[in-house]
Design a protein around this ligand. Structure first.
Ligand SMILES: Nc1nc2c(ncn2[C@@H]2O[C@H](COP(=O)(O)OP(=O)(O)OP(=O)(O)O)[C@@H](O)[C@H]2O)c(=O)[nH]1
Ligand SMILES: [Mg+2]
Length: 332
C-alpha cells in the first residue's frame, strides 16, 4: 500500500499523497453456472451472503452483497449462471441476469481457470456486448462500463498453466483488467477488491458500514434453508426444491398491539415437484427437518432479531420448474 507512508494531519486528511476519492457503485458478477460467483462474493465480503454448491444453477436470485472499505463501497450483485435454458425456470434465471445487468457500474466476468473458454462464455460475452458495448467503425467494441475478467479456481492448476490461461483470456475480449483468484484458497482476494474498486466511479457511501446484504429477511432465510437442504440431501433432489418464507410474525400483546418479548413465528413452505420427493425432504421421523432447524437456529434468530420458531411445511407444486403460474407464485 502506498498511502501508509502518507502522514495524516490533525483534520484527518492526507498530506503528502493525493487523497483518494471515495468510490461506490454496483458490480454485476456474471459467468457460466458453477464458476464460483457466489463463493467469490462470500469470500470478498467475508460472510456467507449467497449459497454456493457444487451443483450448477444454485443461485436463483440476484443477491446483493455489500462490501465497504475505507475508500469505497461496492454492491456485488450475484447472478444465476448464464446458460442455455432447459426449463422455464432456466429462462427466468437468464431474465434475472438481464434485469440485474440493466443498471450497473462495472461487470466482473468470471472464467474458471480449470476449464476451457467455451461456447457458454462466448454467449455471455455477446450478451454483455449487446448490453454494454458500442461497436466502433473498425469492428472493435467500446465498453460503456468497465469489464473486468476474474479468473477463478486458480488453486486447481500450476503456475505455468495459469500464465498460459491468462494469456488466452487476454485474447478472448477487451478486458479493462484481468485478475486471478482462488476464493476457496483465499488467494489474491485483496487484489480482486482493489481492482474492482479502481474501476468504480466516484460516489458516496450508500449503505451503513455494518450492512452486508440488501435482502429482505424473508429472502435471506429462504435461501439459508434451501442451502441447508442442498447440503443435507446430497444429490437426491438437485433442482426440485423451492423455499418461500410465507410470514414472520412478531409476538404482540393481543389487547394493546404492543410488541413483547416472545418468540417470533417464521412460517416456511418448502416446495418439491412430485409427491415421491416429500418423504425424502422430510426424512425418517422428520429427521431432515429437525436437523435443518437445529442448524439454522442461530442464524435465523440473528436475522429476525429475536428468538424464533421455524415452522417448516413441505408441499408439492407439481412440475413447478416448467409451470408459469407456479413460477410466479414462487417469486420467479
Ligand atoms: N477449487 C476451487 N473450487 C471453487 C472455488 N470457488 C468456488 N469453487 C467451487 O465451485 C463450485 C461452485 O461454486 P458456486 O460459488 O456455487 O458457483 P456459482 O458460479 O455461484 O454457481 P451458480 O450459482 O450455480 O451459477 C462449488 O463447489 C465451490 O466450492 C475456488 O476458488 N477453487
Ligand atoms: Mg451462485
Amino acid at each position: 500500500m502506498t498511502d501508509t507512508a502518507a502522514a495524516t494531519n490533525e483534520n484527518g486528511t492526507m498530506e503528502g499523497a493525493e487523497a483518494r476519492p471515495y468510490r461506490s457503485g454496483f458490480v454485476a458478477v456474471v459467468g457460466r453456472p458453477n464458476v464460483g460467483k457466489s463463493t467469490l462474493i462470500n469470500a470478498l465480503i467475508g460472510k456467507q451472503i449467497a449459497i454456493a454448491s457444487s451443483r450448477p444453477e444454485t443461485t436463483r436470485k440476484a443477491i446483493r452483497g455489500i462490501l465497504t472499505t475505507e475508500d469505497a463501497q461496492l454492491v456485488l450483485v450475484d447472478t444465476p449462471g448464464i446458460h442455455r435454458p432447459r426449463t422455464l425456470l432456466g429462462q427466468r434465471l437468464n431474465d434475472i441476469v438481464d434485469e440485474s445487468l440493466s443498471d450497473v457500474d462495472e461487470v466482473a466476468f468470471l472464467l474458471p481457470a480449470d476449464q476451457e473458454i467455451g461456447p457458454g462464455d462466448r454467449r455471455i460475452l455477446s450478451r454483455l456486448r449487446s448490453d454494454f458495448a458500442v461497436k466502433r467503425e473498425d469492428g472493435t467494441f467500446a465498453w460503456k462500463v468497465p469489464l473486468v475478467a476474474v479468473v477463478t479456481k486458480i488453486d486447481e492448476l500450476t503456475r505455468e498453466r495459469l500464465v498460459a490461461k491468462l494469456i488466452e483470456i487476454d485474447g478472448f475480449a477487451d478486458f479493462a483488467d484481468i485478475v486471478p483468484v482462488s476464493a476457496l484458497g483465499h488467494d489474491n482476494l485483496d487484489e480482486v477488491r482493489k481492482v474492482l474498486i479502481e474501476h468504480m466511479p466516484e460516489g458516496p457511501q450508500m449503505y451503513p458500514e455494518e450492512q452486508i446484504s440488501e435482502e429482505r429477511p424473508e429472502d435471506t432465510i429462504a435461501e439459508l434453508i434451501r442451502g441447508a437442504f442442498l447440503e443435507q440431501l446430497d444429490d437426491e433432489l438437485p433442482h426440485s426444491l423451492a423455499v418461500v418464507v410465507d410470514s414472520i410474525d412478531y409476538p404482540e400483546d393481543n389487547e394493546t398491539g404492543e410488541a413483547y418479548d416472545g418468540k417470533a413465528d417464521v412460517r416456511v413452505s418448502i416446495y418439491v415437484e412430485r409427491d415421491s420427493q416429500k418423504p425424502i425432504i422430510i426424512g425418517k421421523g422428520a429427521s431432515n427437518l429437525t436437523a435443518v432447524k437445529k442448524r439454522l437456529r442461530t442464524p435465523v434468530n440473528r436475522i429476525v432479531g429475536r428468538k424464533s420458531r421455524l415452522d417448516l411445511h413441505v408441499k408439492v407444486a407439481k412440475g413447478w420448474q416448467s409451470d408459469p403460474k407456479q413460477l410466479e407464485r414462487l417469486g420467479f
